[in-house]
Every structure is written in structure tokens, then in C-alpha cells.
Design a binder for this molecule. Structure first.
Ligand SMILES: Cc1ncc(COP(=O)(O)O)c(C=O)c1O
Length: 415
């Protein structure tokens, strides 16, 4: 969470005082947020749900993915991208990322097999995937594109908002996201039929609250949003452009201030839409993993390969084939999936791991002051000189540096 204050407290207090805590027929906050956020994204429908994981699964249900289908996902993403595929009985196929640390379009196209139905580009750490190339491949090869915009709230690609470019998009509003209600998420989509299916997946009783129509309901799990969530998100949405705008300005400043360090080997990672993405991090590609380790020891920052749950090697239940709680519902052993690619090895995306281990991320923050940003630029330069330029550590005159959030980035002792 970046910013929350009296406005959120007041909005939530209003809902509690009004006793209107249920979204259907009683409260109005969720409805209001869904309409406002759909407009913000430029889509026709937005359906709130209890989490981003559930939103992803609801989106998969909406587009009709299931047993017999493969879904391409990147090697670097939160594991819910993979488990949501399994939740609908389909099989996730793990694809390499490139130096942008988002899915590599070349690897994506090479990974398409006879069973591949969909691809999930993930705007990791708020950085844009190469959506033009991905949409082009998808069109030529007949794939559904489902954007995982859980980390991309408020960001976009070349003028369009994340989550509105593919056929369907999923968002998270958990504590770590650009806009938050503690937990929460939702599905963005233009097609009305898909929106109805997503709503049914989120709340199988949806038709009961809102009235039956000609769409046939199916069984699903409940993950209904609460009015407290809607109330907080309505306030957070007013803050969102300011938050993202401040992070973009900070990243621009840091990139300008550290541009000359590319001579030493500290290069900005390729960005697919620098004027529109979230800019939640300044991402650098270093020449080698050891240099990245040396760099983060001096300047508190994050190695993408050391962010635990975000790398496929940490997705225990996927790697071990535990695709469901009940063995009879395990997609990995379902006859319908017999022709899908169902095996993984820890080194299957070794190139991605190599890239991630030499990628360093410096988190931006909308409340960073000009002095703090100046200190960061100074410290990045010192860290680069020590890690890449042979400057003795004793000569490193660091200015005040804040530690990174170890829980958010899942950094273990070696990073
Ligand atoms: C890329 C990505 N996908 C999906 C999710 C799942 O969202 P949630 O934690 O709200 O279930 C997250 C959350 O961190 C995420 O970062």
C-alpha cells in the first residue's frame, strides 16, 4: 500500500454506520466502483472479486478454458498465475521471459503447441509486456489473451490501460498493489457474455441477487466483494493517477541521473511502454549475477531472481504435480489432459533464471522527496562503482538508504 488516510477511514466508517455492508440490493459502493473502474480502464465491464487469484480463475472460467487446454504463462510471475490455470482443470506451460522480465514473445510463439488455447502476459512489477507482439501472435495463432494485470494497476501500454488490451484481464487489490483494499481483485472484459460468466464464477448466486436472465448459471466458488472493499477502492481510485504519475516522474529522474553508469554495465532493462507503465520500479540489467549480488549488498534493492514465490522454481505444487486438493480432480492426471505437456524441470527455463539473477529492481514510491531521490541516485552510482567499477568498499560514501520491504520481495538471507 502506498497511500491511505482519513478519506479511506471516513468512507469505510460511512459504510459501517449505514449498516449497508452487502453489495447486492443494500450497498452501492461495489457497483459504483465497478462502473468507475470499467470507465477508467476503457472496458465495458468490471466484476469485483475477493482476490486477484480468484479474479484470474474467474477469467479463465469466463473464456471457457478447461481440461484439454494448455495455457502459456511466464517463468517469472506470482504462482497464482499458474494455480488459476490448474483451478479450471487446464495445464500451465511455463515460458521464458526476456530482459524486460516479462514473457518473451519469441519464446511464447515457439511454445505454442496443438493444445495451446491461451496465453497470460503478466505485467510484472508494473512493467509492460510487449502487447503489440503478443496480440499479433495471438491473432495469427488463434490464442486467447488474458492479461494478468494484478501488479499493473493504474499502468498501461501505449495509451491503453493494462487489462483492457487482451480478451480479458484480471487485477489484484491486495495490500502490495498500487491501489488496495487490503485484499480484493476483479475481472475486466468487454464482452457481455464473458462478463456474466465471470460474475457467475465469482458468485454462483449472482443471478439470484441481480435477477435471472438467459445465461445458464454453473457451479462455482463464492468470492464476492464486500462493500468495505468497494468503499476503500472508490477512494483509492481517486489517488491512483497521482500515485502512478509520481512513480513515473521518479523513475525518469533516476534513469536520467544514472544514465552515465551504463558505461560500467548498469543498463536500464528494456521497457515496452515507459510513458505508460506503472514505473513501480527502476529495473536494471547487469552483466552478471555476482555483480547484482554485490550491488544489492551496497544499495538496498531487489534481485528479481531472488523474489521467491515469483519464480517458477518456487511453485512447489506445480512442479510436483499436485494440481488439486482431491486426486480425482488433479488436472495433471486427468485423461482429458493426456496430450498436454505436463512435466516441468527446475532448469527448464535456465535462461530466464540467469536473466533474473542479474536483474536489479529499485522500488520507487510516490512519497519519495526530491532529497530522497537525490540520495538514491547517489547511492546507485556508488553501488555501481563498487559492484562493476572496482571501487574499494572503504571509499563508498553512501547517503541515507532505506531497506527494501523483505516480505514484499520475499528476499532470503543470501540476497
Ligand atoms: C502477478 C500476480 N498475479 C496474481 C496475483 C494474485 O493476487 P491476490 O494476491 O490478490 O490473490 C498476484 C498477487 O500478488 C500477482 O502479483
Amino acid at each position: 500500500m502506498y497511500i491511505a488516510g482519513q478519506e479511506e477511514i471516513d468512507a469505510i466508517a460511512r459504510v459501517i454506520r449505514s449498516n449497508a455492508l452487502f453489495r447486492y440490493g443494500i450497498g452501492q459502493e461495489c457497483d459504483r466502483f465497478e462502473a468507475r473502474y470499467a470507465k477508467y480502464l476503457g472496458v465495458k465491464h468490471f466484476a469485483l472479486s475477493a482476490s486477484g487469484s480468484n479474479a484470474l480463475a474467474a477469467a479463465m472460467v469466463a473464456v471457457g478454458l478447461g481440461p484439454g487446454d494448455e495455457v502459456l504463462i511466464p517463468a517469472h510471475t506470482y504462482m497464482a498465475t499458474a494455480t488459476s490455470v490448474l483451478a479450471v482443470g487446464a495445464i500451465p506451460v511455463i515460458v521464458d521471459i526476456d530482459e524486460s522480465i516479462t514473457i518473451d514473445p519469441k519464446a511464447l510463439e515457439a511454445a505454442i503447441g496443438p493444445r495451446t488455447k491461451a496465453v497470460v502476459p503478466v505485467h510484472m512489477w508494473g512493467a509492460a509486456c510487449h502487447m503489440d507482439r503478443i496480440m499479433d501472435i495471438a491473432k495469427r495463432r488463434g490464442l486467447i489473451v488474458m492479461e494478468d494485470a494484478c501488479q499493473g494497476v493504474g499502468g498501461g501500454y501505449e495509451g491503453r490501460k493494462f487489462g483492457s488490451i487482451g480478451h480479458i484481464g484480471a487485477f489484484s487489490f491486495n495490500y502490495y498493489k498500487n491501489m488496495t483494499s487490503g485484499e480484493g481483485g476483479g475481472v475486466a472484459v468487454n464482452d457481455e457474455k464473458l462478463a456474466k460468466r465471470a460474475r457467475c464464477a465469482i458468485d454462483p448466486c449472482h443471478f439470484y441477487w441481480n435477477g435471472r436472465d438467459d445465461e445458464k448459471p454453473f457451479a462455482g466458488n463464492g468470492a464476492r466483494a464486500s462493500e468495505l472493499m468497494g468503499a476503500m477502492l472508490n477512494v483509492q481510485l481517486d489517488r491512483l493517477d497521482g500515485i502512478v504519475g509520481a512513480m513515473r516522474a521518479e523513475r525518469r529522474q533516476i534513469l536520467q541521473g544514472t544514465a552515465s553508469l551504463s558505461n560500467l554495465g548498469l543498463r536500464p532493462a528494456p521497457m515496452h511502454s515507459p510513458d505508460f507503465d506503472c514505473a513501480a520500479h527502476v529495473i536494471y540489467t547487469l552483466p552478471a549475477a555476482q555483480a547484482a549480488l554485490d550491488f544489492v549488498k551496497i544499495f538496498p534493492s531487489v534481485i528479481a531472481g531472488k523474489t521467491g514465490r515469483h519464480n517458477y522454481t518456487e511453485w512447489d505444487q506445480v512442479l510436483s504435480g499436485e494440481g488439486a486438493a482431491h486426486p480425482a480432480m488433479n488436472p495433471y492426471t486427468m485423461p482429458a489432459n493426456a496430450e498436454c505437456r505436463r512435466t516441468y524441470t527446475r532448469d527448464m527455463c535456465a535462461g530466464s533464471l540467469e536473466t533474473l539473477n542479474r536483474t536489479v529492481m529499485v522500488p520507487t514510491h510516490p512519497l519519495h522527496t526530491p532529497e530522497e531521490i537525490g540520495d538514491m541516485i547517489h547511492n546507485i552510482a556508488i553501488a555501481a562503482r563498487v559492484a562493476l567499477g572496482g571501487m574499494p568498499l572503504a571509499e563508498a560514501d553512501l547517503r541515507r538508504a532505506r531497506p527494501v520491504d523483505k516480505q514484499k520481495f520475499d528476499m532470503k538471507e543470501d540476497a
